[in-house]
Write a protein that binds this ligand. Structure first.
Ligand code: CU
Length: 269
């Protein structure tokens, strides 16, 4: 019976690796289950890092799966008359299995530093070496993304700002900065096709930046379980050429101004 369970344990790495290989090969019925198209020039670095860690952990997973199988197979109680013996440990072995993971983690920490700096520390700068101001502000709240745009005066955070919900318009082929924050709980602002993901922490003002090389409509997803309606906290990001983007800004702002304006009736006087 013990050998049956040994084979069952072996199924975990076999099926686990099989499913991943199937998805990477993009075969039916696992079409489009692997990474979506990358439309950010800086996203390649993130993908490389992702694949490196994926293959590293994958190899360790396969190795430990095989070792586990071997021990369950070999030391099946039904086939071993000798009772279990306990050892008091092996110092050399303990040092080896402490140093190896520590060195691996240290290596990953150093290896990913430039990707981290690029994505999270070095905010793009404009001509006079000032940090690039945000083009819009995104606020996560249960359960939507509320987006604030500067109105006709081009300045964010004043009375002519206007708002959209779950619809983020941005210019294509240029670096953009977004201010992001949360109104209530932890959310995570995730743009899968741009390889951008940032936790949104209540009480913190954060900035993210990226560039799209492709026009079109892509997903905005919340990647942090934030309550019962987490599943529906999704939006669209629409990349369009600069002139179309500016046209949209003007139209949307005018539209919202028109609905906001309620003339005072003479009876109120
Ligand atoms: Cu959320």
């Amino acid at each position: 019976m013990g050998r049956f369970w040994a084979l069952m344990f072996l199924m975990v790495p076999v099926l686990g690796v099989g499913v991943f290989a199937w998805a990477i090969a993009d075969l039916y019925p696992m079409r489009n289950h692997w990474l979506p198209d990358n439309i950010n020039p800086d996203g390649g670095m993130i993908d490389e890092l992702f694949m490196f860690i994926f293959y590293l952990t994958g190899t360790i997973f396969i190795g430990t799966g095989i070792v586990l199988f071997f021990f369950i197979w070999k030391y099946d109680a039904a086939r071993n008359a000798q009772p279990v013996a306990y050892s008091h440990g092996n110092h050399t072995l303990e040092i080896v299995w402490s140093i190896l993971p520590a060195a691996t983690l240290l290596f990953i920490a150093i290896y990913q530093m430039s990707a981290w700096a690029n994505a999270k520390m070095e905010r793009p700068r404009i001509d006079d070496n000032q940090v690039m101001p945000p083009i819009a502000e995104v606020t996560g709240r249960q359960f939507e993304w509320r987006i604030r745009y500067p109105g006709p005066n081009g300045k964010l955070y004043d009375e002519d700002d206007f708002f959209t919900v779950n619809e983020l318009h941005l210019p294509v082929q240029e670096e953009v900065v977004l201010a992001i924050k949360s109104q209530d709980v932890l959310h995570s602002f995730f743009l899968p096709q741009l390889r951008v993901k940032q936790d949104v922490v209540p009480g913190m003002q954060q900035y993210i930046w990226f560039k799209s090389t492709r026009t079109g409509t892509y997903d905005i997803v919340c990647a942090e379980l934030c309550g019962w309606g987490h599943y529906k906290m999704r939006g669209r990001v629409i990349f369009e050429p600069r002139d179309k983007f500016e046209q949209w800004l003007a139209d949307e702002s005018a539209k919202q101004r028109a609905t906001e304006y309620t003339p005072a009736s003479e009876d109120d006087e």
